[in-house]
Design a binder for this molecule. Structure first.
Ligand code: PNS
Length: 161
């Protein structure tokens, strides 16, 4: 049986090593992984959608079975449009679990044929989040332990202004 296609959605504002860990494990589990940049109409991100897509291309572009796409509607509609039957989400904490189970229930209600799989953050990554990376970088501290070089440099450029 061929492994299913998965969508790995997120805001990725910015991408961190936590995301890298989840992606690297996902590519071993699924035949193809679509990294899906969700664009919230009401949120003001640090990096706009084009900047995040550019960063995604730099940090995920070299995986052979990974595609990068942007979506601005419902996640389940996007998943269906790319033939994915699995949504991958990383879990760091009990707080994540509460939020993610709600989102999973909503997505399952909207589209029962697309299932959600949770991958636990690897040990040492439980506190690594995009908001932590933004906050630490905003105060001029080194975030190279938390995010790839391309992201670290983009943050330096952003906060140098
Ligand atoms: O990195 P994030 O902010 O946790 O990613 C959230 C994202 C983009 C996956 C989520 O907000 C999302 O799926 N948005 C699309 C709208 C949607 O389908 N919402 C869930 C059902 S109401």
């Amino acid at each position: 049986m061929t492994a299913p296609i998965a969508v790995y959605p997120g805001s990725f504002d910015p991408w961190t090593f936590g995301h890298t860990d989840i992606l690297e494990r996902s590519v071993r589990l699924f035949s193809r992984v679509v990294v899906a940049l969700g664009v919230h109409p009401t949120r003001t991100p640090l990096f706009n959608a084009e900047e995040r897509l550019e960063l995604l291309a730099q940090v995920c572009g070299s995986y052979p079975n990974v595609a990068i796409e942007k979506f601005d509607g419902l996640l389940v509609d996007f998943a269906r449009s790319v033939g994915a039957t699995v949504i991958v989400r990383g879990l760091r904490s009990a707080a994540d679990f509460d939020y993610e189970t709600q989102m999973t229930a909503a997505n399952a209600d909207l589209c029962p044929e697309v299932d959600t799989v949770f991958l636990p953050a690897k040990l040492g990554n439980q506190f690594v989040s995009a908001s932590l990376v933004r906050e630490v970088a905003r105060h001029g501290k080194d975030v190279s332990r938390y995010a790839p070089k391309a992201v670290v440099e983009a943050l330096q450029r952003k906060y140098a202004r």
